[in-house]
Design a protein around this ligand. Structure first.
Ligand SMILES: *Cc1c(COP(=O)(O)O)cnc(C)c1O
Length: 222
């Protein structure tokens, strides 16, 4: 199956659901991104800031770039001129830095709060309590150039469907709770980014709005 075939097949599966496709392009050369673009993909996800900043000028300007990997504050300036959404927000410090650089570029940058939902300890993300601490802070409420549009999570690497469903439901529960408490009159808070190549169908069934799919489109990263 070609890249285009894979994208078209997944887009068909997502048609009529709440979910949109983020094509995860990390490690792949620009030619493959161009193939994905030609097949209609417009949202690309990368996990390394330098790699994303190197590829961005080589693709058309209407690509929506999402960072899905950890972002250190000293790398924010690489992305601030163009990034659409940072899906991996895990601290107030990072929000502060994004706000500063977005302001310097006269831009608004979207962010998703990343939650720890997996059983594996090494996977990163906030707890609900940590997220609430950020949202309730005076400093967060002053930020004008970064806007939170939802939540993101990476599930356990497992084929246990019950486990995956439980983790996706947990993330959705966090989303609903934060929406009610902190974003009740903000329709822009609407994204639940969950689901990857191995589990996106389940994630969509549990209410995902953004699935992040790499290897099911490009093959394994080897
Ligand atoms: C690499 C990556 C993906 C895509 O993984 P695949 O299994 O290749 O679809 C999704 N989300 C995050 C955070 C990733 O790092």
């Amino acid at each position: 199956m070609s890249i285009a075939d894979n994208i078209h097949r997944i887009e068909q599966e997502l048609a009529g659901t709440t979910a949109r496709l983020v094509v995860v392009t990390k490690t792949h050369p620009v030619e493959k991104l161009e193939e994905a673009y030609a097949a209609g993909a417009r949202i690309f996800g990368e996990n390394r800031p330098q790699e994303m900043a190197a590829k961005q000028p080589q693709l058309p300007a209407d690509v929506e770039w999402h960072l899905i990997g950890q972002l250190q504050t000293n790398k924010v300036k690489l992305l601030a001129p163009f990034v659409h959404t940072v899906q991996s927000i895990d601290s107030l410090k990072l929000l502060r830095e994004l706000d500063k650089h977005a302001a310097a570029n006269d831009r608004l940058i979207n962010g998703l709060l990343q939650f720890h939902i997996a059983q594996e300890e090494n996977k990163s993300g906030l707890s609900l309590g940590e997220a609430e601490e950020i949202l309730a802070s005076e400093e967060f409420q002053q930020l004008r150039h970064v806007r939170l549009t939802g939540v993101m999570g990476v599930a356990t690497f497992t084929s246990d469907e019950a486990q995956l469903r439980q983790e996706f439901q947990q993330l959705r529960g966090y989303f609903e709770q934060l929406k009610t408490t902190y974003f009740a009159n903000q329709p822009g808070f609407r994204e639940i980014s969950m689901g990857m190549s191995g589990d996106y169908a389940l994630a969509v069934a549990e209410g995902s709005t953004l699935v992040r799919v790499g290897s099911a489109i490009f093959g394994s990263r080897g």
